[in-house]
Design a protein around this ligand. Structure first.
Ligand SMILES: [Zn+2]
Length: 101
């Protein structure tokens, strides 16, 4: 499963067209909140479950998106954070999960 097109919507959402004909809309804030890099993972580990993260505008807006091999994208956030790699399978599952809530 591969994205045919990835489009930024109103600087707040990512619209992904998949090669299976489906499309997913993913909230950038949610993506940043669930960043999978080692730094963010360990930071989230230290916080309690009740912690509500607050983000500055430049932490949830995107400077650029790079493709990583043929399995993931790397997001360069406007605050310079870019160590998070989002695998296509994660994006696909993630979006399904949010839609089910
Ligand atoms: Zn991160």
């Amino acid at each position: 499963m591969f994205p045919i097109k990835i489009k930024l919507i109103e600087k707040k959402k990512l619209l992904i067209d998949w090669d299976d004909g489906k499309e997913d809309l993913i909230d950038l804030k949610e993506l940043r909140k669930n960043c999978l890099c080692a730094t963010c993972l360990s930071e989230r580990d230290k916080q309690s479950k009740m912690y509500i993260p607050l983000f500055a505008e430049n932490q949830i807006t995107i400077k650029s998106i790079d493709q990583v091999g043929n399995y993931a994208i790397q997001i360069n956030w406007n605050d310079g954070h870019n160590s998070g790699i989002y695998e296509y399978t994660f994006l696909k599952n993630y979006s399904l999960k949010t839609a089910a809530q």
